[in-house]
Write a protein that binds this ligand. Structure first.
Ligand SMILES: [Zn+2]
Ligand SMILES: [Zn+2]
Length: 309
């Protein structure tokens, strides 16, 4: 039998896990015990750095490699740097990968963590299978189920719908299609966009926020990478990453055209995947970023509220 199980097949099922707050580098909005938040989609930033973070820097700052925990239930990307940011009693068994870069994807770390279900784009499925088989053998553990995903495919994880969107990003695998994700639950619609240079039109169209699509199905939250720092940096990463200015303009356009309607009026767009060499410290970002943007930090928790909740 073909080991590929294209989607439409069984959705992921993940055991509910209890939540226990952990100490964070800065103040975070902590939720009470319970794996899911009754008011919205809970996003915990485990890491908010780009690939050039290698531990604490000479400014005393630390960003782990980019990863998020959704609803205390499943992960998008995960590397060993993020392990200490997982709440103690949370044991995710499902992971979605955006792409194969080592600052997002680490098969050994996933197997070690106890991941049993992996979703990633079909374009690098064969490479991933080899990595996971090698990691499982080395650790003496079972190989997780690896499900190749197509752009536009939706997967239900315990009532939260995850849809694969195309990203504008390149890797060492020439034809790898990198991905971002749309998270939907009870009317809350949040895009997690890293790594990507802007929001590609096909991603916008699938999410229902493209200029060709009538407004009416707005997103209610946006997390977007800002690897490139402020707009004056000249850096080769510009081909496949976004800058603060690009995210600001994206947020403003979406807001002004009714395609971004957060439940909490003042809710900012959250920046992640910030490059060590192209950004100031968290305090500098807090002081200088445009009002509609907020730099996420490791350990930050955000609840993207359900409309009417
Ligand atoms: Zn990256
Ligand atoms: Zn990357």
């Amino acid at each position: 039998m073909d080991r590929r199980q294209f989607l439409g097949a069984a959705a992921a099922t993940v055991a509910a896990a209890a939540y226990s707050p952990v100490e964070t580098a800065a103040k975070a909005t902590m939720t009470p015990a319970g794996s899911k938040d009754p008011k919205g989609i809970l996003v915990r930033f485990l890491g908010t750095g780009a690939a050039d973070w290698k531990g604490r820097d000479d400014r005393g700052e630390l960003r782990r490699l980019s990863s998020v925990l959704i609803d205390n239930d499943f992960l998008i990307d995960f590397t060993p740097t993020d392990a200490d940011m997982l709440p103690k009693d949370v044991h995710p068994t499902t992971i979605f990968y955006t792409h194969s870069h080592a600052d997002h994807y680490n098969a050994k770390a996933a197997v070690e963590l106890g991941i049993r279900q992996v979703y990633l784009n079909h374009s690098w499925y064969e490479f991933a299978v080899k990595d996971f088989e090698a990691a499982a053998k080395e650790l003496g553990k079972a190989v997780p189920a690896i499900t190749p995903v197509n752009i536009g495919t939706s997967i239900d994880v315990n009532g939260l719908k995850v849809t694969a969107l195309p990203a504008n990003h390149g890797t060492g695998h020439t034809f790898e299609q990198t991905m971002m994700y749309l998270l939907e639950k009870k009317g809350a619609r949040v895009i997690y966009a890293t790594d990507t240079g802007g929001i590609p039109s096909l991603a916008a169209r699938i999410a229902g926020i493209d200029a060709h699509v009538k407004p009416g199905n707005p997103i209610t939250g946006l997390i977007m990478e800002a690897t490139m720092g402020m707009d004056h940096d000249i850096d080769f990463r510009i081909f496949t990453h976004s800058s603060v200015g690009l995210v600001e303009r994206t947020a403003t356009v979406l807001e002004q055209t009714g395609r971004y309607t957060p439940v909490d009026k003042g809710q900012p767009v959250y920046l992640t995947h910030m490059a060590r060499t192209l950004h100031g410290t968290q305090a500098e970002l807090d002081a200088n970023l445009p009002k509609n943007l907020k730099a996420a930090y490791d350990g930050l928790e955000v609840i993207f509220k359900f409309p009417g909740a």
